[in-house]
Design a protein around this ligand. Structure first.
Ligand SMILES: [Zn+2]
Length: 320
């Protein structure tokens, strides 16, 4: 009996990655195509083509998909996805009908949390929160050893937790959502403001002197070289990150807070201010000595977490 294999598919706003993964999380083969502009039909055709190509070469037992956006559970209908045109896209049903295989479709951050639980920073941890910090903030919850999805699958929209009622407007219609203050988008905005106010000389230098290139990467380079303004921008964004993580810690009391996504590559520049902003019970504190501090750690799996987690989800659901 060979190892159980599954196809994992990661559907993002810019690309669709698909691969064959074994039950230990090893990728046997993978590839990606650009996410088609336009409707769900074009996206479905791209996913089907990737799945058909892999099934022609491998005997797989299940298919799993992680997709950006609001995904119903367990039927796997993508109700809404930011930056993708389709709405009410019944991908789970379409894949099951087409392949006859068990197919599970879930939100991308939930799938990444599953991957961290099985193979990454959340190994052996039954209660943790994963937040993915990039352009926005996504969330995955593992509670009691299982991914928590809410009543219909829409839980863990942590990026739209309001942390400042008078803060910047969010695409969701409210003001001061966490992802408006603690994401890469926020760091970009703060950098532009600092440069416009004449305080960001080192940041502007790091952007090659071109104001249109002032963004998070230039702040990272300037901060890494010790520029105090750039360091202060990380302190501001990291402080907001810690404030929101503290809210989640207050509600859920996880054993671990895992931060993934593109911005975590900046390491302690971002995470150390976040640690300082945790509520007293969650950080080392003499007054509350009976609490264990809740560590904030970077995710261990990189870009492939979505694809691998999706395949592991497919295998888990296929055997359920
Ligand atoms: Zn929002």
């Amino acid at each position: 009996v060979g190892a159980m294999l599954a196809i994992g598919v990661d559907v993002g706003g810019t690309k669709i990655a698909a691969g064959v993964v074994d039950s230990d999380g090893n990728i046997l083969e993978s590839g990606s195509v650009a996410t088609p502009r336009g409707d769900g039909e074009a996206t479905a055709q791209a996913i089907f083509a990737a799945v058909d190509g892999l099934r022609a070469k491998y005997e797989v037992s299940a298919i799993g998909v992680g997709a950006a956006g609001h995904v119903t559970w367990p039927d796997g209908c993508i109700r809404y996805a930011p930056n993708i045109a389709y709405r009410d896209f019944a991908l789970g049903r379409m894949l099951r009908e087409r392949t006859g295989l068990p197919c599970a479709v879930d939100n991308d951050a939930a799938v990444a949390a599953l991957a961290e639980h099985r193979l990454g920073a959340g190994r052996g941890v039954n209660d943790f929160v994963l937040v993915t910090v990039g352009t926005g903030i996504g969330g995955g919850l593992v509670l009691g050893g299982r991914v928590y999805r809410g009543a219909r699958g829409f839980a863990a929209e942590v990026g739209h937790m309001v942390v400042a009622g008078d803060g910047p407007e969010c695409a969701c219609g409210r003001r001061g959502c966490w992802e408006q203050l603690a994401s890469g988008t926020s760091l970009d905005r703060l950098a532009r403001e600092a440069v416009a106010a004449g305080r960001g000389a080192a940041i502007l230098d790091a952007a090659g002197g071109d104001p249109t290139r002032v963004a998070g990467l230039a702040v990272f380079e300037a901060a890494s070289a010790g520029d105090p303004v750039a360091v202060s921008l990380f302190a501001e964004v990291g402080g907001w990150l810690g404030l929101g993580l503290g809210n989640l810690a207050n509600i859920l009391e996880p054993a671990l807070l895992i931060v993934g996504g593109g911005l975590v590559k900046t390491g302690d520049l971002l995470l150390e201010p976040a640690r300082q902003a945790l509520p007293p019970f969650a950080k080392a504190n003499a007054e509350f000595g009976y609490f264990k501090p809740i560590p904030i750690v970077p995710a261990e799996l990189g870009q492939e977490a979505g694809l691998v987690g999706a395949a592991l989800l497919g295998l888990a659901e296929g055997m359920a």
